[in-house]
Design a protein around this ligand. Sequence first.
Ligand SMILES: N[C@@H](CCC(=O)N[C@@H](CS)C(=O)NCC(=O)O)C(=O)O
Length: 217
Amino acid sequence: MAQLTLAIGNKNYSSWSLRAWIALRHLGVEFDEVLIALDQPDTHERMDAFGPSGRVPVLRAGDLAIWDSLAICEYAAELTGRGWPRERAARAVARSVAAEMHSGFQTLRTLWPMNARARNRRTATPAALAADVERIDELWNDCRRRFGGGGPWLFGAEYGIADAMYAPVVLRFNTYGARVSDTARWYMAAVLEDGALQEWIQGARAEPWTIASDEVG
Ligand SMILES: N[C@@H](CCC(=O)N[C@@H](CS)C(=O)NCC(=O)O)C(=O)O
């Protein structure tokens, strides 16, 4: 198989990059990474050299470009046979929660930008933001209660694509001090202790760039 290269944005700010990166890491896919700093004079030229969307993440496998975080996760699942629960009903729910994240929670994404190295930021919490937080808390509770019995992740013992999709949300909740249920706090603790996420945060701390519009609270 062709060597895989994942183009990502800043580890501090690029939540979609984190999703693809941490899924590949947990699924055991070997890849090189290329970091394209966001908001720089050459950002778009560099992104255009990698894939057709002018965005990151992009996974390159030889001539093949796979753009979009969820498509990259699906490709990794096909390569490894891992990433989604084995049982059909659990798999359907895992795909639902991953898709809900991928297409939704616009208010949360806008008002609480991912800022992996930031702590103790506080903002106003308009009703639409509180509703996003509440819905995520509810879906984490639902997954943990119905499918999580065998381990710490949303679907039990195996870290999956659903967990990868919510990893940046855990960072946001941690940065901005979201008020969540005990189950959600417990799940967040497992995500924050995860070695791959810790490695990502270390990378974010080492970066020299600051994007003012993403520094909130
Ligand atoms: N739907 C895409 C979204 C990708 C996306 O919006 N990426 C942002 C970085 S997190 C980006 O490349 N923005 C371009 C820019 O900031 O110049 C995915 O899931 O991968």
